[in-house]
Design a protein around this ligand. Structure first.
Ligand SMILES: NC(=O)c1ccc[n+]([C@@H]2O[C@H](COP(=O)([O-])OP(=O)(O)OC[C@H]3O[C@@H](n4cnc5c(N)ncnc54)[C@H](OP(=O)(O)O)[C@@H]3O)[C@@H](O)[C@H]2O)c1
Length: 297
């Protein structure tokens, strides 16, 4: 792995933490960065530097001292409803700061890997191919699509985009929970939960996604790759599968729908990403929900 030098943004996030963990295990050279202090105890301080990606001087200084061969850009404002309340921050971080990082990568000819989302689609089709047309429905979705367009429409070719769906797993000091952990913890405590049955997703084990990102760097793959879980299910079905696996009381799960939930951001009803290309070109073979639940703390 001689010349891989991977700079990660958002290393305190769920995906960022898993990428760091796998790079340590694979003994690949990396520099982890995130806005706050390092909250990931498996990442040693000499491998970490705070970086607010809105600050161009800090980006330039880190790029010139570390000289990455690859940038895995996971940092983003990821709370979809929050992005409806503060679109200015959402676009500033998800689009403008992405442009700053991309320009820095271009200046040293580093590979730029951008994390993107199933939410760039309107959710009327499902099983989306890498080549399907986007139609984002919310500010978050628009911001991620605009970030993608920086790559699709630019003249630089040393980039990849990894699109994913509801990422779950355990991490340290995460700023937010995820669907699977929330459902597991609530049901374990015997709390009633209300779960929608009219949105369909393929939940993604963060370790599988981290593997796909690193694999793309290793193989120097260019272009768009889907990397989600292997099954597209309604949120209700996902939660029922969790209850069944842990033998939790399934009567705690109340069926609901998107209209009753009244979320700030509009969401695509059915996503799911087609995995044929990733499977063929990367050897991507994601775990089922049950295979991962045993591994969750
Ligand atoms: N999670 C999902 O369900 C999902 C689904 C589809 C796509 N994605 C995409 O996958 C990527 C990773 O998601 P995730 O779940 O790992 O995200 P996450 O847990 O929300 O972490 C995002 C990280 O971004 C960092 N960040 C925010 N603003 C920053 C700034 N100005 N400068 C530097 N860092 C900043 C934060 O760092 P600090 O904690 O240090 O402040 C945070 O830890 C994102 O690009 C997201 O859009 C996620």
């Amino acid at each position: 792995m001689g010349n891989l030098r991977i700079l990660i943004t958002g290393s305190n996030g769920l995906l960022g933490q898993k990428i760091v963990k796998q790079l340590i295990a694979k003994q690949i050279d990396f520099l982890a960065t995130s806005k706050g202090e390092n909250r990931n105890t498996s990442c040693q301080e000499h491998n970490y530097q705070s970086l607010d990606i809105e600050r161009i001087e800090d980006i330039e200084s880190i790029f010139s001292s570390y000289q990455p061969s690859h940038v895995i850009h996971t940092a983003a404002i990821t709370n979809v409803d929050y992005c409806e309340q503060d679109p200015e921050l959402c676009y500033a971080v998800n689009v403008n700061a992405t442009k700053l990082l991309l320009d820095a990568a271009i200046s040293i000819d580093a590979h730029f890997l951008l994390l993107s989302t199933d939410f760039i689609f309107d959710g009327l089709k499902g099983d989306y191919l890498e080549t399907d047309a986007a139609n984002p429905l919310s500010h978050y979705a628009h911001s991620k699509w605009e970030a993608e367009l920086l790559l699709h429409k630019g003249s630089y070719s040393n980039w990849s985009i990894v699109r994913t769906i509801i990422v779950y797993g355990d991490g340290e000091n995460l700023s937010r929970s995820n669907l699977i952990s929330w459902a597991k913890e609530s049901l374990k405590k015997g709390e009633k939960i209300s779960v929608i049955d009219d949105q369909f997703r393929a939940p993604t084990w963060a370790e599988d996604l981290a593997w796909a990102c690193i694999r793309i760097c290793k193989l120097n793959k260019l272009g768009v790759y889907n990397a989600c879980g292997p099954e597209t299910l309604s949120i209700y079905e996902i939660v029922c599968r969790i209850a069944r696996f842990y033998k939790f009381d399934a009567t705690l799960i109340q069926r609901s729908n998107s209209k009753l939930l009244n979320q700030a951001a509009q969401r695509p009803p059915r996503t799911g990403l087609n995995l044929n290309k990733s499977s063929l070109e990367l050897g991507y073979a994601p775990k089922t929900i049950e295979e991962t639940l045993d591994l969750l703390k």
